[in-house]
Design a protein around this ligand. Structure first.
Ligand code: SF4
Ligand code: SF4
Length: 592
């Protein structure tokens, strides 16, 4: 089976020579009907006639065409197709009552499409582009399965869905008013419970437009979980939450199981998804081209399949590289020790209502120091002291260092990606080193001519990381680079960050709430403790084992290691391993 996708965002028939038509060997041999043009001028490739040579894809100057050969067996599993030469989703996940179903997969591979179908926002067309089948017909297609029952109930309006969208930063555009008013309307008698659970008390009088990403996420989760519904579809609940909030959220979601409720969660933080879910569906395919749903698997098996990039039951390899973890803390400091360390003395910095105590420490050139701690604990203040931008209360003003900063919430602005990166990188932009260091690993080629305003959250995040890393600086501060990125992209950015630190002998500070990202990227860890918004303590950099232990002890969470992939898996609170690890003081690195 062959599918041809024409990306209409990239295709620009007015600016090309219609190479897709001109060079197609079938068209040239007289079969003009293989590539036609619609009334808007876009090409229409007739998949049943196309032989899949791929010449049109390679000749198109805007890389707008993708031709893929898929196994014939998938043909019968087509659930939804967005248009003639457009994205399609094969198979659907289902939601069992009394369990949390987890979805895992790259961005752009159909997870949101599946959620929209299951919420009733999108009617699946089974690939029939001339008139949608009715939901009952679609249900019949799933005869004998749990999906049939679900879709029948959905068509009869017996499914009451509560949906938490992925991009919570768009909420202020559609919802207005104060947090307390909004929540009171939605939560009813659950108001007090969710306010406490999601730590919203101090925000009740605040306007929704003044909330940070983490605060918006907590409000969105509180609203979603408190609605009078029987089906909860939760898209990326972890973004912008700190680690403690993530596990609190996960416990809150799990506490909803029962009374016939159905819960489906999609998230890219593997530790959280593991903790949350009872079963996992794996999505694979090509972003923007096609997605296939596989499963359900047990949580352990599903996540391991995803990390291994291989589905044994289908004999499908969907990634050539395995994502692997190390079971023991690596001694990476030796790799980077040498050179003059950047030293800082014990310092204090006070503002009205907030103070930060900094313990004496140092960082080596080429290091990536992971920063663990809640939001609002003084991480940016620390970097400003370190770079000599701020003077401490004692009057210390450290030698000025240039800083490049990736903000926690990248703001879209009216500028084209290429201009932004050119300006940040200067002359380096044209070099092969720059391409190999930043453009290629972050797959930015396809975004170069796009405006920042039209990028998705994940794309904007990648451009923002690239912009920060393109600047020449001595210190880099990357604040939550993993938000909106999928697992594979997270893995890739950690590689890019480590390489840049090493090659440029830079000091990189990485703030993130995904343990996997910190685990992959950091040479050492700094733990920030204290009371967010009031007082913070910046502890000195320490090795990974001590850092994770120090931080997780405060959180009260322990992790065991998966025997196969060595990935960290959160222990259930009070379980035998949890108690044992707490007893011996090993919160993170312990073999399973
Ligand atoms: S697909 Fe490429 S070659 Fe064909 S019309 Fe569009 S831009 Fe031109
Ligand atoms: S893949 Fe080959 S046969 Fe098919 S439309 Fe493109 S050029 Fe023509």
């Amino acid at each position: 089976m062959r599918i041809a996708i024409v990306d209409r965002d990239r295709c620009d028939p007015k600016k090309c020579g219609r190479e897709c038509h001109y060079f197609c060997p079938l068209v040239r041999s007289g079969r003009a009907e293989v590539v036609k043009f619609d009334e808007e001028g876009y090409p229409v490739i007739v998949e049943s006639l196309c032989v899949g040579c791929g010449i049109c894809a390679s000749k198109c100057p805007f890389k707008a065409i993708t031709i893929v050969n898929l196994p014939h067996e998938l043909e019968k599993d087509l659930i939804h197709q967005y248009g003639v030469n457009a994205f399609r989703l094969y198979r659907l996940p289902y939601i069992e009552s009394g369990a949390v179903m987890g979805l895992i997969g790259k961005n752009g591979i159909g997870k949101t499409t599946a959620i929209k179908i299951l919420s009733g926002q999108l009617k699946p067309n089974l690939g029939k582009l001339d008139g949608e089948p009715r939901l009952e017909e679609v249900a019949r297609y799933f005869r004998g399965s749990l999906l049939q029952e679900y879709l029948i109930q959905l068509s009869k309006n017996e499914i009451k869905v509560s949906y938490k969208p992925q991009y919570i930063d768009k909420i202020p555009r559609v919802v207005r008013g104060k947090v307390g008013e909004i929540l009171r309307r939605v939560a009813g008698e659950n108001f007090d419970k969710v306010v406490e659970l999601f730590e919203l008390k101090h925000l009740l009088d605040r306007d929704v437009s003044a909330l940070s990403g983490g605060e918006l996420q907590r409000l969105a989760l509180a609203a979603c979980l408190s609605r009078d519904a029987n089906t909860f579809l939760i898209d990326e609940p972890s973004s912008f939450l700190d680690i403690r909030q993530r596990f609190r959220m996960a416990s809150a979601v799990r506490s909803m199981i029962g009374d016939g409720r159905r819960i489906l969660v999609c998230d890219h933080d593997l530790a959280v998804l593991d903790y949350l879910s009872d079963k996992i569906f794996v999505f694979y395919g090509r972003p923007g081209v096609f997605g296939v749903v596989s499963g359900p698997f047990s949580v352990r098996e599903g996540i391991n399949i995803f990390l291994n990039g291989y589905i044994p039951s289908e004999n499908v390899r969907f990634r050539s590289e395995r994502i692997t973890f190390h079971a023991r803390p690596p001694s990476r400091v030796e790799e980077v020790e040498g050179g003059t360390p950047l030293y800082w003395p014990e310092m204090r910095k006070s503002y009205e209502g907030f103070s930060l105590e900094v313990r004496e420490g140092e960082v080596y050139p080429g290091e990536v120091v992971g920063i663990l701690g809640p939001n609002g604990i003084g991480k940016t203040t620390f970097i400003k002291l370190l770079a000599g931008i701020e003077r401490s209360d004692e009057g210390y003003e450290l030698k000025f260092q240039s800083i490049s900063y990736k903000p926690q919430y990248p703001e879209p602005r009216d500028a084209v990606v290429e201009e932004v990166l050119r300006e940040a990188a200067g002359k380096r932009f044209e070099s092969e080193i720059y391409r190999g260091e930043i453009i290629e690993p972050l797959s930015l080629d396809g975004l170069m001519d796009k405006n920042l305003m039209e990028l998705s959250g994940g794309e904007l995040q990648k451009v923002s990381i690239a912009e920060a890393l393109s600047r020449d600086a001595e210190i880099y501060l990357l604040d939550e680079p993993s938000a909106y990125l999928d697992v594979e992209e997270r893995y890739l950015i950690t590689k890019v960050i480590k390489r840049i630190a090493r090659d440029r002998r830079a000091y990189i500070f990485l703030v993130d709430h995904d343990l996997m990202v910190l685990d992959f990227a950091s040479t050492r860890l700094m733990v920030f403790s204290g009371e967010p918004g009031r007082s913070g303590v910046a502890n000195p950099p320490t090795d990974l084992r001590s850092g994770f232990n120090q931080f997780l002890r405060e959180m009260g969470i322990t992790f065991r290691r998966d025997a196969e992939t060595k990935r960290p898996r959160a222990n259930k609170p009070g379980s035998k391993l949890d108690r044992l690890q707490k007893q011996v003081g090993e919160y993170y690195y312990l073999g399973s």
